[in-house]
Design a protein around this ligand. Structure first.
Ligand code: NAD
Ligand code: LMR
Length: 327
């Protein structure tokens, strides 16, 4: 394990997710390597961010080698190996993700350009801020020299939600569930697919043996969980989103186990009929900081329709941000 600190940028660091994420990162969520945090916020939030940094100091985290804060992305992203783009306006009650496209799109053009200019050559960029897939597309398109494969959007929270629902239904431990898949957009059209998942080595759909539950409960519960949390908390998910952001970054950098895969929204190469260039969620394996889409899965007619619907939404979002001149 390298003793050179991993430089990790977090945007929106004074926000809800930041308040959970920073402490997880600093306490070793990515592994034993020391880390340096580079925290980006807008000017009005810098004072609050100073308070968060005071708390980070007060934890005396052994792995935290330094913290820098600021509002200029070209300073904060300088030399970063990992950029976690969280900062964006969250959805409020009654809002759909489409409403966020124009509000948040501009943030990701500027940040894509800044990363292109100053990030380390090995940078990996994970987008949590919504609409995550399309924000990642905007950042990727504006970072012309960074390979497209270095961008991903977060669907790990959906993946974790799906595992949790399946565990509750079957009485299994989450530790026994493998090969869950989220396809498409991090939105209500996403398709959580348990047909390839396994519970203690057995096919999950066969263990569940209840298609009505899959269609009427499992899929909508996972897909609409974000809205259910907003409804209950009056604010969007934060600790679970931070946890999933850590899980996704750790697995991307350190690799997935041989008997499992994870869900990540990555640039499509045309696999499974998803148009090339869209950032869509797939089952992926990772090794040494690179990901590969799992190939050869059989897609039933039921699954096909759901994947196509979510991918159509991604194509619409792409058309909308093209129209807005963001890509
Ligand atoms: P929040 O409003 O609490 O925090 C967002 C922070 O971003 C604020 O502090 C704001 O000042 C900052 N910010 C705004 N513009 C910025 C910019 N240009 N540069 C740097 N920082 C900027 O929101 P939150 O609850 O922490 O959520 C953040 C985002 O994550 C939202 O878009 C939310 O919808 C999204 N989210 C995604 C997932 C997922 O699974 N992908 C899950 C939960 C939330
Ligand atoms: C979530 O999935 O919890 C977030 O993306 C918040 C939202 O707007 O749904």
């Amino acid at each position: 394990m390298s003793t050179t600190p991993l430089k990790v940028a977090v945007t929106g660091a004074a926000g809800q997710i930041g308040y959970s994420l920073l402490f997880r990162l600093a306490s070793g969520a990515l592994g034993d390597r020391p880390i340096e945090l580079r925290l980006l916020e807008i000017e009005p939030a810098l004072k609050a961010l100073e308070g968060v940094v005071m708390e980070l100091d007060d934890c005396a985290f052994p792995l935290l080698s330094g913290v820098e804060i600021g509002a200029d992305p070209t300073k904060i992203f300088d030399g970063v190996n990992l950029a976690l783009l969280v900062g964006a306006r969250p959805r409020g009650p009654g809002m759909e993700r489409g409403d966020l496209l124009s509000a948040n799109g501009a943030i990701f053009t500027a940040q894509g350009k800044a990363l292109n200019e100053v990030a380390a050559d090995d940078v990996r960029i994970g987008v949590t801020g919504n609409p995550a897939n399309t924000n990642a597309l905007i950042a990727m398109t504006n970072a012309v020299d960074i390979p497209n494969e270095r961008f991903s959007a977060l669907t790990r929270l959906d993946h974790n939600r799906a595992i949790s629902q399946l565990a509750t239904k079957t009485g299994a431990s989450v530790n026994d569930i493998r090969k869950m898949t989220i396809w498409g957009n991090h939105s209500a059209t996403q398709y959580p697919d348990l047909f390839h998942a396994e519970i203690a080595g057995k096919n999950a759909a066969e263990v569940v043996n209840d298609q009505a539950w899959v269609e009427e409960f499992f899929i909508p519960t996972v897909a609409k969980r974000g809205a259910a949390i907003i409804d209950a908390r009056g604010a969007s998910s934060a600790a679970s989103a931070a946890s999933a952001t850590c899980n996704a970054a750790r697995d991307w950098l350190n690799g997935t186990p041989a008997d499992d895969w994870v869900s990540m929204a990555v640039v499509s190469d045309g696999s499974y009929g998803v148009p090339e260039g869209l950032i869509s969620s797939f089952p992926v394996t990772t090794k040494d900081g690179d990901w590969k889409i799992v190939q050869g899965l059989e897609i039933s007619e039921f699954s096909r329709g759901r994947i196509d619907a979510s991918v159509a939404e991604l194509a619409d979002e792409k058309a909308a941000v093209t129209e807005l001149g963001l890509i």
